[in-house]
Design a protein around this ligand. Structure first.
Ligand SMILES: C[S@@+](CC[C@H](N)C(=O)[O-])C[C@H]1O[C@@H](n2cnc3c(N)ncnc32)[C@H](O)[C@@H]1O
Length: 268
């Protein structure tokens, strides 16, 4: 089934972020006369939305996703665009696995920017997730995420038109596993989830949603608890239409950024 709304959501996010480069707060590459290196980690990369958003402004991109299907699609797209593996490549991994976080090694550390797009609503422990991502940044590097704002939904009718007066939280929590039972997160995410890609499975995607949305204060709190500083959260002016957990909704997207402290003592 073709899901054309995804392209519109991705375009809206792309436009918004490219208008907010200053807000993200790192010296992007290829701007004006500067020619420094800039390394991006696109975590839970899927097919690479954030890698495409920031591609023009970074010199090296590394993706990680727990889904082999996603990683295969990501790398196939990058090669089809004529980009080499040294410029952009994704691997299968899970940084949040407490027993065996992967990938490891110098190539997977010291990033200037780490992103996790439409991903935190899948993570069981958001403080742990933000801390693991922070640890892969250079001191002064930035974590930037996007996700959905609690209370920012509007119901849509059968044709997808917004129904005025229905502002609220309409995306519901479809947990695929028992509450209170701690499962390892990788068990929830197979196979891949993006709908216009082979391997898409709507039921599994709904089952892997832990929370449908976040408050601004909630995101600020877990970023701060993870040891990030210079934290800020902004929301997109216009809602975007999407089908989420089986419902037709207009949803509000939030962006959050936080910086790894330059002074390591402030992380203790
Ligand atoms: C809704 S998709 C978003 C993909 C992409 N970031 C985007 O914005 O289009 C969520 C992605 O998170 C991945 N994912 C979920 N849990 C993960 C984990 N613990 N580690 C890495 N990736 C994970 C899924 O495999 C999926 O590709």
């Amino acid at each position: 089934m073709s899901r054309p709304f995804f392209a519109k959501v991705n375009q809206a996010v792309t436009n918004d972020l490219r208008n907010r480069l200053d807000w993200i707060g790192i010296p992007f590459a290829n701007m004006g006369s500067s020619s420094h290196a800039l390394r991006l980690l696109d975590y839970a990369c899927g097919t690479g939305l954030m890698s495409r958003v920031f591609g023009p402004y970074v010199t090296e991109t590394r993706g990680i996703d727990v889904s082999p299907n996603m990683v295969a699609s990501y790398n196939a797209r990058a090669r089809a665009a004529g980009l080499s593996a040294s410029t952009i490549e994704a691997v299968v991994g899970d940084l949040f696995d407490t027993r065996n976080p992967s990938p490891t090694g110098a190539e997977w550390e010291g990033f200037d920017l780490a992103t996790a797009s439409f991903a935190f609503h899948h993570f069981e422990d958001v403080v742990h997730a933000a801390r693991c991502l922070k640890d892969r940044l250079r001191p002064g590097g930035v974590l930037m995420i996007n996700d959905f704002l609690e209370g920012g939904d509007l119901k849509a009718d059968e044709k997808g038109e917004p129904i005025e007066g229905t502002e609220g939280t309409w995306a519901v929590h479809h947990h695929g596993h028992e509450h209170g039972k701690k499962e390892h997160s990788t068990h929830q995410y197979q196979p891949a989830q993006v709908e216009d890609e082979p391997g898409w499975d709507r039921a599994k995607m709904a089952a892997s949603v832990v929370v449908p949305s976040f408050t601004i204060e909630g995101v600020k709190k877990f970023f701060t608890e993870a040891g990030l500083v210079d934290v800020d959260v902004v929301i997109m002016d216009k809602r975007v239409y999407m089908e989420f957990a089986g419902q037709k909704l207009w949803r509000t997207i939030l962006f959050a950024r936080g910086r790894r402290p330059v002074d390591a003592r402030s992380e203790l």
